[in-house]
Design a protein around this ligand. Structure first.
Ligand SMILES: *[C@@H]1O[C@H](CO)[C@@H](O)[C@H](O)[C@H]1NC(C)=O
Ligand SMILES: *[C@@H]1O[C@H](CO)[C@@H](O)[C@H](O)[C@H]1NC(C)=O
Length: 355
């Protein structure tokens, strides 16, 4: 038996713990651990999966730490600090031991120092709140933080830009994005920056421009919306993942999630799989490989397993409806996904960690 423990945050005041058994494809709810309000994004310390960081997506936003106990239940909150703003919807743990939290509602964020163990925030180290300038496109809505080299990249959905921050959290420059596109989440593979735009539901690829304020052309831009959409559908792209290639999955396919915030049909939302082909040639582009329907309503978060064997599986949930969470298996070396398990006990979830 190969069993994987999965933590799932969302709206409410708990993180759910699931056990996925890959030999008989069962997915069971082990329990719910109490947290502050709306742990809609969770992540573990990079060096220690026993330490969990969770946002409290509320108007007085906060960030909490928990110890992950054997079996996957959480301790009581060990430490809590202010996120410095309204509605933090994302937290990233950095290789420096810092955590970067972004406040979607108030257009600001913080890069917070932790104590050596990672379980406590360093309250003596006053971290300034970084406030993103309001651009012509509109009010700032930072939606993610992605560490890359000595920078932190922050897509700003309201400002149609990607801010480039130093590790101390100061704005060094930016990478402009197409007007009205609403960059939400990003992934980096090699020298390429893949950006998923919420408002236009597009996936783009460009070379990472030179810091701080270089630009690079968008090489390819594709819609992620399924071609046979339900009537009165309205799409808002959410998550992008490019799992590191392995022997079993040698091609770095790009997995992106759709959110139909309009009327759903029985198929629910799809995860679209893309391939970046002819890299470095005039025919370089993004190609749709497959749209995989999941039965979920608005896939805001999804996550691949990491451990040996776990990388074959993807967990996903919907932020609306009552379709619970699903585990999908990568088939055809990752060119397709197949739902292998579903659990309906908690109707909605938005963020996942594989322990
Ligand atoms: C990971 O964190 C837990 C909880 O604080 C701690 O008990 C454990 O010793 C840490 N492990 C390592 C390798 O630092
Ligand atoms: C780069 O852009 C940032 C943000 O607009 C600005 O503060 C900074 O002065 C620029 N740096 C250079 C070297 O142009």
């Amino acid at each position: 038996m190969v069993a994987f423990t999965i933590l799932a945050g969302g709206y409410g005041a708990f993180v759910a713990t699931y056990l996925f058994n890959s030999s008989d494809s069962t997915l069971s709810l082990l329990g719910k651990s109490p947290t502050g309000p709306n742990p809609s994004w969770i992540t573990t310390h990079l060096m220690n999966k026993s330490i969990l960081y969770a946002v409290n997506e509320a108007s007085q936003g906060a960030l909490q730490t928990f110890e992950v106990c054997p079996g996957g239940a959480l301790s009581h909150p060990i430490d809590t600090t202010s996120s410095g703003g309204d509605s933090p919807a994302f937290v990233a743990a950095l290789s420096t031991g810092q955590v970067a939290v972004m406040n979607y509602g108030s257009g600001n964020g913080r890069v917070i120092q932790t104590m050596e163990s990672g379980l406590h925030f360093d309250q003596d180290e006053v971290t300034p709140i970084v406030t993103f300038p309001r651009l012509l496109s509109g009010a700032s809505h930072p939606h993610m933080a992605l560490e890359h080299g000595d920078e932190i990249l922050v897509p700003d959905l309201g400002g149609d830009t990607i801010w480039r921050l130093s590790k101390s959290g100061s704005i060094q420059g930016f990478i402009p994005q197409p007007k009205g596109s609403g960059p939400r989440h990003m992934a980096i593979y090699g020298q390429h920056l893949f950006t998923l735009h919420e408002l236009s539901s597009t996936l783009t690829v460009q070379l990472i421009p030179p810091a701080p304020n270089g630009t690079s052309p968008i090489i390819s831009s594709v819609s992620i919306i399924p071609s046979n959409q339900p009537t009165n559908a309205s799409y808002a792209a959410a998550e992008i993942l490019i799992p590191t290639p392995t022997k079993d999955f040698p091609v770095p396919y790009i997995y992106v999630s759709n959110r139909n915030v309009g009327l759903q049909d029985a198929r629910g939302d799809s995860i679209a799989i893309f391939e970046h082909v002819n890299v470095g040639t005039p025919e370089e582009r993004l190609v749709l490989v497959k749209q995989v329907f999941t039965g979920l309503d608005q896939i805001r978060g999804m996550q691949f397993g990491e451990e040996v064997g776990g990388e074959a599986f993807l967990v996903a949930g919907g932020v609306a409806g009552n379709a619970g969470i699903v585990v999908l298996k990568r088939v055809g070396q990752g060119r397709d996904l197949e739902v292998v398990a579903r659990n309906l006990e908690v109707p909605t979830r938005t963020t996942f960690v594989w322990l």
